[in-house]
Design a protein around this ligand. Structure first.
Ligand SMILES: N[C@@H](CCC(=O)N[C@@H](CS)C(=O)NCC(=O)O)C(=O)O
Length: 218
């Protein structure tokens, strides 16, 4: 059985990506949760990954770390599932938008950290954040037009999982989205797996000050 090491569901956007991919594709796995910013995290993560970060996918003795490497591993292990689209051009586009998320959108990611349980309308907004939001919603609109939806490449896959934390952030920070982007955002948030992740995130009690730039410690 595959195992996925993840961080707090309220905060860990990188953990959400492979977790949602596994869930959305119906791949069975066990979850190992390590609470971020704790001595236990620092101690335990070394057992799983030399990189010291979550997510980590464990397949027997093999540890695969980093969300993009995990995604590629799953695509190779489950070639009949829609991790990537089957059409080569669509697959190249899917890899491009995942790589763009993986290495980009620094303004959005730093000013609007994922925080499932919070409601912070308008917090963190800047022109740079808006430029990231515009680019992301441009990606969504273009891909949905090409594929016809309901997901970015028709069937649910890696690209949807990579942008799922933006769906969560757009709810937390009440981002203004065009109707097509809003409808896609709502489809992601309505996925049973996404609801399950968010419910678990809301139930968590940890407060990480570095991830809460607009709140006071309780
Ligand atoms: N590029 C990595 C990023 C992973 C990452 O930054 N994970 C954060 C949690 S969301 C982490 O493990 N932080 C713990 C630490 O840095 O001590 C990926 O795509 O998996």
């Amino acid at each position: 059985m595959l195992r996925l090491v993840i961080g707090n569901k309220n905060y860990s956007s990188w953990s959400l990506r492979p977790w949602l991919l596994l869930q959305g594709l119906g791949i069975p796995f066990e979850e190992i949760t390590l609470k971020l910013d704790t001595p236990e995290f620092a101690r335990e993560i070394k057992r799983y990954s030399p990189a010291g970060r979550v997510p980590v996918l464990l397949d027997g003795e093999l540890a695969v770390w980093d969300s993009l490497a995990i995604t590629e591993y799953l695509a190779e292990k489950f070639p009949d599932l829609s991790v990537w689209p089957s059409d080569p051009a669509a697959r190249a586009r899917a890899r491009s938008v995942c790589a763009e998320m993986h290495s980009g959108f620094a303004s959005l990611r730093s000013a609007l950290p994922m925080n499932v349980r919070a409601s912070l309308p308008g917090c963190g907004w800047s022109m740079a954040v808006q430029a990231d939001v515009d680019r992301i919603t441009g990606i969504w609109t273009d891909l949905l037009e090409r594929s016809g939806g309901p997901f970015l490449f028709g069937k649910f896959g890696a690209a949807d999982a990579f942008y799922a934390p933006v769906a969560s952030r757009s709810a937390t920070y009440a981002l203004k989205l065009a109707p097509e982007a809003l409808a896609y955002r709502d489809r992601i948030l309505a996925m049973p797996a996404m609801q399950q992740w968010c419910a678990a995130g809301r139930a968590e009690a940890e407060f990480l000050i570095h991830d809460e730039p607009y709140s006071r410690a309780p």
